[in-house]
Ligand binder design. Structure first.
Ligand code: LLP
Length: 385
């Protein structure tokens, strides 16, 4: 994907920085909207990337916002998402954050526990508001992904368990300032097969029926996000197969005619649009291992250190010069051995000053960066000026 034009452009910019391909973002959004049935409502999960310029593009495509903090709700509103497009999830919303949602009459709070339901009701009553609520349910469906991003198993902290449903309904009948509008599910992230989504649909059908049998026809079913991307070959599959994904829900989700479906997608919209661009500071050749030491580290992109995540690494300088191949451990400057982007990575002979691209870093990259070691906040640039 990168060519000599990029190389020339990047050469003038202070590294490390995130580079975002907004043309690809637009193509991805179009492909998603073309594939989604009209009745499906998609919310973009701001947690994946809340960069204002990217959010603006996403908003212009008419989709909603999925927020997990008061500040994300505020950011979504500032960008111009309407209050009725905003869902607010999260297992630990503070009172201040709940008040932000109430003051702005957001579409829905995804409520994760009975104690949270009680607090939202109290705050809503105090503010003279009716809070629209979806119950986040833990469906106990395995997403077969990294354990740190698995969220739909009983052992995970997320959601309300089915054995609590009767108690929830008792509480709801006493919560005068709550209107139950939805059921919410999210089983995990970077899900690489469609089977877990099929299994989720089967579970959702059972749970939906349980509520119907209690006389509750819930307005919307939110099936969360989680669709994985191809980190191995970002150029071969820069846009995921949205059609196949939505087809699973079309085929397996059994809904009442009045029920709407909502999605909260993050990674598959934005991941392939971003690369972390860094410079080689030093090459340290050892007996068994050569190290390419970059000016970016786990402070700029923590995914490899935290989830042992694979990101494709490319030497951009070598794409304009012909060089022999060699193997490198590509590492950052931070004093932690987990600060490693890839082991035994085959790269063209790498030298001090070379530009390196770490691909598929648009989701959970810039947003998870930190100033550990008092490092500077990572910058960003775009394909358009
Ligand atoms: N909805 C809820 C309730 C979520 O918790 C998440 C992600 C999403 C939607 C969006 O999921 P996506 O479509 O992006 O998979 N930092 C990790 C990923 C954490 C995901 C957290 N929840 C990583 O870098 O892999």
């Amino acid at each position: 994907m990168f060519n000599t034009q990029h190389f020339k452009k990047f050469n003038g910019i202070k590294t490390p920085f995130y580079y975002y391909n907004t043309a690809l973002l637009k193509e991805t959004l179009k492909s998603m909207l073309d594939a989604a049935p009209k009745a499906y409502h998609i919310h973009y999960a701001l947690k994946a990337n809340s960069n204002p310029k990217l959010l603006n593009i996403i908003k212009q495509h008419g989709i909603g916002a999925d927020c997990v903090s008061g500040n994300e709700v505020k950011r979504a509103l500032e960008i111009g998402f309407t209050n009725k497009q905003i869902a607010f999830a999260g297992v630990g919303k503070s009172d201040e954050e709940i008040l932000i949602g109430l003051e702005n009459d957001i579409f829905c709070f995804n409520v994760e526990s009975i104690p949270e339901l009680i607090v939202i009701n109290e705050l809503a009553s105090q503010e003279n508001k009716i809070a629209q609520v979806a119950l986040r349910i833990n469906p106990n469906v395995d997403a077969y992904t990294h354990k740190y991003i698995t969220t739909g198993l009983e052992e995970n902290k997320f959601g309300i368990n089915p054995y609590e449903f009767d108690t929830v309904l008792e509480h709801l009948s006493n919560c005068k300032n709550i209107k139950l509008v939805g059921l919410h599910f999210h089983i995990g992230s970077q899900i690489q097969s469609l089977t877990p989504f099929k299994n989720l649909c089967i579970r959702v059908n059972e749970i939906n029926k349980w509520f119907l049998n209690k006389g509750l026809e819930i307005e919307h079913i939110n099936v969360g996000g989680g669709l994985g991307i191809n980190y191995q070959e970002p150029d071969k599959e820069s846009i995921v197969d949205f059609k196949a994904y939505f087809n699973v829900f079309k085929q397996f989700l059994e809904l009442m005619p009045s029920q709407q479906v909502h999605f909260e997608l993050g990674r598959c919209i934005i991941a392939q649009c971003g690369s972390l661009i860094s410079k080689v500071l030093y090459v340290k050749n050892g007996i068994n291992t050569n190290f390419a030491i970059l000016d970016a580290g786990m402070t700029e992109l923590i995914r490899p250190a935290l989830y042992q995540a694979y990101h494709k690494i490319e030497n951009l300088t070598a794409c304009v010069e012909n060089r022999e191949l060699n193997k490198y451990d590509v590492v950052g400057p931070i004093c932690e051995s987990s600060d490693c982007f890839g082991k035994a990575v085959v790269l063209p002979e790498t030298k001090r000053g070379d530009l390196i691209a770490i691909r598929s870093a648009g989701a959970y990259g810039e947003v998870m960066s930190s100033n550990y070691n008092l490092r500077e906040t990572v910058g960003c640039t775009f394909d358009e000026a």
